[in-house]
Design a protein around this ligand. Structure first.
Ligand code: ZN
Length: 68
């Protein structure tokens, strides 16, 4: 499939395809944003903020963000 795209389709269209694929990945991550401690998310009315910890980048709600 990728070999067919590189040889038969102009490179501009191939780049548009890559951009569309990246956009879908970003939307998926936003929907799954939940607090690392209580698993509350945007659907529960909580704002979720990313924070760098010794375990990596974790997400916390406004209640648990200041306590970690
Ligand atoms: Zn929380």
């Amino acid at each position: 499939m990728s070999q067919l795209l590189e040889t038969k389709i102009p490179s501009r269209i191939y780049q548009d395809f890559v951009f569309l694929k990246t956009k879908i990945v970003v939307n998926t991550l936003a929907n799954e944003a939940r607090c690392y401690v209580c698993s509350k998310g945007l659907e529960d009315g909580f704002s979720v903020t990313a924070k760098n910890t010794i375990f990596g980048t974790l997400l916390f709600c406004d209640k648990h963000y200041s306590t970690n």
